[in-house]
Design a protein. Structure first.
Length: 317
């Protein structure tokens, strides 16, 4: 019994010693690193300055540009395919292609991407696509509505889309965005669709104006009859209905005039913002990253050299 007790005391003592050695080892390692940096402060300072200087030489100022667009006449899929093509041409450095569309300094363009603004309510309430609500309801029965909103097929059919362009250095709008939009708006099929839409709109506006004028004449006629006391009860009750109908026609005309403005382009530019400076997070900034890498490389090479000397001494002994 006493032997077992002594063995347990020895085991616990050894565990305590082992734990103490472990923590002492960690503390010693920390202070070894501190003393190393203190001893090599001049070399580390030089490496830090070299890293910052290297970052300044290699780094170029990156800028983002955003163009908000509305694809008309069902050109959503066409728009996405064209942006994908342009981004591919950038990676291929296709000088002939960019010269053809009027872009000279294409080599400083890093990327061109497109994404939809997740405006599900505009998508559902689109007057020209009244089946959208039923489509969302049907799709929502089989999955999460948030997932459906972000789904590529659904989002492509949203009303507003954002083209994101990233460049090395600042760009003027006329240097890339204007030629890009001109290229997107040069498609024979959608140009024919545009003419048909614009003619239909013009015809509807003329018809609306004619109906509003007829309603005005009717209201004037009924009002004059009312003042003379010859108006019937049914005629008197029809005046508010005519006013309501006129209001609806005016609202319809406003909608048509808005569309007439939007439909003047296949891909309608809504707004554009150029030269937004791209600032990276601190740890991803090359002016911080490069000095850290150089110092770590120096520290690891020093550690490797010490280990090599120890192993060489062991073999020689």
């Amino acid at each position: 019994m006493s032997t077992n007790s002594q063995d347990q005391e020895i085991d616990l003592g050894q565990i305590r010693i082992g734990i103490k050695k472990f923590f002492n080892g960690i503390i010693n390692s920390i202070f070894d690193v501190i003393f190393f940096f203190k001893k090599k402060i001049v070399v580390i300072g030089i490496l830090f300055v070299l890293g910052v200087a290297l970052a300044f030489i290699i780094d170029s100022k990156t800028y983002n540009h955003e163009v908000s667009v509305i694809p008309n006449f069902g050109s959503n899929e066409y728009l996405y395919k064209k942006i994908e093509q342009i981004d591919t041409k950038l990676r291929e450095q296709d000088e002939t292609f960019f010269k053809k569309i009027g872009v000279k300094n294409y080599k400083d363009v890093i990327s061109v991407e497109i994404e939809a603004f997740p405006a599900i309510y505009n998508f559902v309430n689109n007057r020209d696509q009244q089946n959208n609500f039923e489509l969302i309801k049907l799709m929502a029965e089989d999955g999460n509505i948030d997932k459906i909103m972000k789904d590529e097929i659904t989002s492509k059919n949203y009303y507003h889309h954002k083209i994101s362009i990233q460049t090395k250095g600042m760009y003027e709008k006329r240097e890339f965005i204007t030629p890009l939009l001109n290229y997107l708006n040069s498609n024979p099929y959608f140009e024919a669709q545009q003419k048909i839409y614009q003619k239909n709109l013009a015809d509807k506006i003329v018809l609306n104006d004619s109906l509003i004028k007829q309603i005005d004449n009717l209201i004037v006629l009924l009002s004059s009859n009312n003042s003379s006391g010859t108006i019937s009860i049914s005629e008197k009750n029809s005046i508010p209905e005519l006013v309501e109908k006129k209001d609806k026609l005016i609202l319809e005309k406003q909608y048509l005039l808005t569309n007439e403005n939007i439909f003047d382009k296949i891909i309608k530019e809504e707004s554009s913002i150029v030269n937004i400076r791209d600032y990276k997070p601190l740890l991803l900034n090359n002016k911080i990253l490069f000095p850290i890498i150089l110092i770590l490389m120096y520290f690891l090479s020093h550690l490797l050299l010490i280990t090599y000397k120890k192993q060489l001494a062991r073999i020689n002994s």
